[in-house]
Design a protein around this ligand. Structure first.
Ligand code: HEM
Length: 604
């Protein structure tokens, strides 16, 4: 093993090495100075104390000088650097950590970019480069042409290692390539069109909705109030487990959070049962990963004696362990019986068990796919229903369209789903509403990459008069799909508004057709989402079934658990923040804090 590069899970070893690199040279220098000069004990102590910041400052300057020189050599400019008030831009870091907890969805990053009049900015946090990027052109470059120089990188992977381990989201280069090649056949055209499977779980979700108790203050027997985020989360986890592992989790038959009684969970509302514990742990693990990212290289200090993701991940793994165990045993039986492996009918889990005996690897893969399958599409459905609940006109038009194209009870087929006009007959109504939701509320609103240890990367100019920007090797970048998907320069003056017609009317579609890279909810390039078609199919199907049953829809803010109310001062804010009637947040994927509580009138 390379002793200077501890294993990905060994963050403690890495921290010790970093400390040795950071403190070693100044302490050695101080030792030499105090050995050669005759100093009082007080002066000696002062030399030791001063040596650390002094050497850090010299290193900082050297680092910047070296990078500026390399930028010039490559005909580029360095990415503009932010100058904070405190050393290491500690004030900026504290501001970002505060806003992550209390602020509006990733607004703090947009504000920093706007205040500096740029779309790509180096925060230079804690003396190391961290680039923020809301420039769609730069993002396009790093995901496509610049792909070989822009990887997930060890720095990010370590923060996710306890949770995602060997899974597809947490590996680069060959290990990632193998997994992608292995998974791709499971997302083929026929597999992602399993309407029977979608219908079984959608029917179960609507049954759970109908059988939920009458809410406090109900004016008719057909009224229901529910945390829709919880409902669609269950629909998605049941569908994903069925689709990927052939497992029946039946989470929709367990108790749902009750209007007026629900408490605030890690993200949404919570229930006290085995599934509730799994969800809380699954979400706590995601949240901790993101907190680690925000704490930069310092997170291992706080977790030196205690990996804060160990407990949540133990609960999550215990929940899926029986499925892995069963698949491994079945595979053993198949081999003993010398039956051929049927790749046509096998699900992903059966396939994994056929190519690996390592239960840890199988479980990690499963967990990654469960995250991909549940949280993203559940976020899409949650925010679609949120936007419909505050845009009654769109709700009415869409419902009328669904009823006329599919009828009140029939199961939709693919042709009908694709051809529902809204209001002009060239695009599916449901698809337009889903796309507009994905634009305003991309389920994965931000992402991250880092340059390799090689040569760094030069970001080509994206607007006339811009310079190419040089990014040094081993540098991290956060980029924000959400910012450019809401940018009025790209989408027009109504960029913050919910306008599904944008995806239908030819003149409005032009902006997107001229530059499709301004809409990247599913990412782009070699790591583009594998589940895109599956997600569209499942979400379209669910929305049609939901609209067949639900006659009216409105927010029920009175049931939002304590601590999740929209902050009162948002009302006066500009842009979406001023429009929001729920508190959108993100931890890997988007969610509504406290859950999306809506009051619905169901069809007789
Ligand atoms: C609305 C729903 C969805 C959205 C918005 C979405 C978005 C994304 C994004 C942004 C990425 C890139 C992640 C990264 O850079 O690490 C991604 C990757 C991926 N998605 Fe999705 N996704 C959705 C649904 C799904 C579903 C339902 C599945 C499958 C069950 C899935 C499977 C994957 C996989 C396997 C990758 C990894 C690709 C790779 O690294 O090569 N996604 N998705």
């Amino acid at each position: 093993m390379d002793v200077l590069r501890p294993g990905l899970a060994n963050y403690r070893g890495l921290l010790l090495l970093q400390c040795a690199k950071f403190f070693g040279p100044p302490l050695l220098l101080a030792h030499l100075v105090t050995k050669t000069a005759s100093l009082s004990p007080l002066a000696k102590a002062a030399v030791y104390l001063a040596a650390v910041p002094l050497v850090a400052a010299v290193r900082d300057k050297l680092d910047i000088w070296r990078n500026d020189r390399e930028a010039a050599r490559r005909g580029a400019k360095p990415v503009p650097r932010l100058k904070g008030k405190l050393p290491g831009n500690l004030d900026v870091m504290m501001y970002l950590v505060h806003e992550f907890e209390n602020g509006y969805l990733l607004q703090a990053y947009q504000d920093l970019l706007d205040q500096n009049g740029v779309k790509t900015l180096n925060l230079r946090l804690m003396w190391s480069d961290l680039i923020l990027c809301s420039d769609e052109g730069h993002v396009k470059y790093i995901l496509t042409n610049g792909f070989p120089q822009w990887i997930k990188s060890d720095r990010f992977i370590r923060a996710f290692e306890t949770f995602l381990g060997h899974g597809i989201f947490n590996r680069d280069e060959d290990l990632w390539k193998q997994q992608r090649a292995m998974a791709r056949p499971f997302f083929g055209r026929d597999r992602v069109r399993d309407l029977e499977l979608f219908d079984a779980h959608a029917s179960e979700a609507l049954r759970a909705l109908r059988s939920s108790p009458l809410p406090p203050g109900a004016s008719s027997a057909n009224e229901r109030a529910l945390d829709v985020q919880d409902l669609v989360g269950r629909f998605m986890v049941d569908s994903a487990a069925d689709f990927l592992f052939g497992a029946q989790l039946d989470t929709l038959s367990r108790p749902l959070p009750i209007a007026g009684k629900a408490e605030l969970g890690t993200k949404g509302s919570k229930t006290d049962d085995e599934f509730g514990d799994f969800v809380q742990a699954f979400e706590a693990a995601q949240l901790r990963c993101i907190e680690r990212i925000n704490e930069r290289w310092m997170w291992p200090i706080g977790e030196f004696f205690n990996d804060k993701n160990k407990d949540p991940v133990r609960i999550v793994k215990a929940y899926i362990e029986p499925f892995v165990q069963k698949a491994v045993e079945e595979e053993k039986g198949r081999r003993e019986r010398e039956e051929p492996f049927d790749s046509e009918t096998a699900n992903l889990l059966q396939y994994l068990a056929s190519v690996s005996d390592d239960k840890t690897i199988i479980r990690d893969q499963l967990l990654n796919f469960l995250l991909a399958g549940r949280d993203t599409t559940a976020a899409l459905l949650t925010f679609t229903i949120y936007l419909l609940s505050i845009h009654e006109d769109v709700f009415r038009k869409l419902r009328a369209e669904v009823l006329s194209a599919v009828g009140p009870d029939a199961m939709p087929d693919f042709e009908t789903m694709r051809n529902m006009p809204y209001p002009i007959a060239n695009e599916s109504a449901v698809r337009a509403v889903l796309n507009e939701t994905l634009r305003l509320f991309p389920p994965v609103p931000t992402n991250q990459r880092g340059t390799t240890e090689g040569e760094g990367s030069v970001l080509p100019p994206t607007r006339p008069g811009d310079d190419p920007l040089y990014v040094p090797p081993s540098t991290d970048m956060f980029f924000f799909y959400i910012h450019f998907q809401r940018n009025s320069e790209l989408w027009g003056e109504d960029a913050m508004e919910f306008v599904p017609e944008r995806w239908i009317e030819k003149d409005k579609m032009k902006r997107y057709l001229d530059n499709p890279m301004i809409f990247l909810p599913f990412h782009a390039g070699p790591r583009i989402c594998l589940g895109q078609q599956l997600a569209y199919n499942e979400a379209s199907f669910f929305m049609i079934r939901f609209l067949q049953q639900v006659e009216s829809l409105e927010l029920a803010s009175e049931f939002v658990p304590k601590g999740a109310e929209v902050p009162a001062d948002w009302k006066n804010a500009k842009g979406r923040m001023g429009m929001e009637r729920v508190w959108p947040k993100t931890a890997i994927t988007l969610y509504v804090k406290g859950g999306l509580w809506v009051r619905m009138k169901l069809r007789e």
